[in-house]
Design a protein around this ligand. Sequence first.
Ligand SMILES: [Zn+2]
Length: 259
Amino acid sequence: MGRDQYQRGTIKVKRKRRKKVRFKKRFYVFVSLFILLIGFLISRFIPDDEAVVVANEKPLEDLFTVVIDPGHGGYDGGTENKELGIFEKDIALDISLQVGQKLEDKGIKVIYTRTEDYIPWKKQPESLKGRSEISNNSNADLFVSIHGNYYEKSPLIRGMEVWCRFKDTEDERLAQSIVNNVGRLDFTEIRGLKYEDEKELYVLKNTEATSVLIELGYLSNPEDVKTLTSQEGKEKYVQAISEAIVEFKEKNFKLKNKE
Ligand SMILES: [Zn+2]
């Protein structure tokens, strides 16, 4: 074999090798792409359990939902201060709408069981059931029912009561936080927390969300009436209630995010 021939032969072998290498490279690239494609298709069509769980949970802040339930309404005036012509239903609605507005300003979703002096339910049992259903159907985080009290035996009785279901529950913690705020703002007496074992309240018993029922004050007490009907007084009720709800949301969502 002459030198030239030898060189030519080497070049041919080199070219063949290069072709082989190129083919191998293309083959590997093709196989890699194919594997990636199959992987992608599998991930698309076989649902990942964790992904499904995340989709069903509500960890996002803007999904925190509060149902505000202004007691009574329409034909059902609730308790009444006849002398002054003040109805519980009007006070409940007024404070409820203001609390709701404060919460909406903080980015909380608010659903009202009524926003005017009208209820669609014909009788009280229907009305209570309807209010609980609004909360349960909206998968609410909180249900807050707002009422006023009356004590016919003495006009001296005054102050706020917050009803919850049991001790050592989220209900109780929210109720306690509302009462603490009333204490801090010092604008009415605190009559304290009340529980289901004293009296069963339909809307608390039948509502799935963390639930409290607030008796703002006594329509039979002149000082409470003054606070409940003055702008300054209303603002304190609204502040005490709305701040407790915002705090509750912040605590509970922090916990949820840690999970
Ligand atoms: Zn009431």
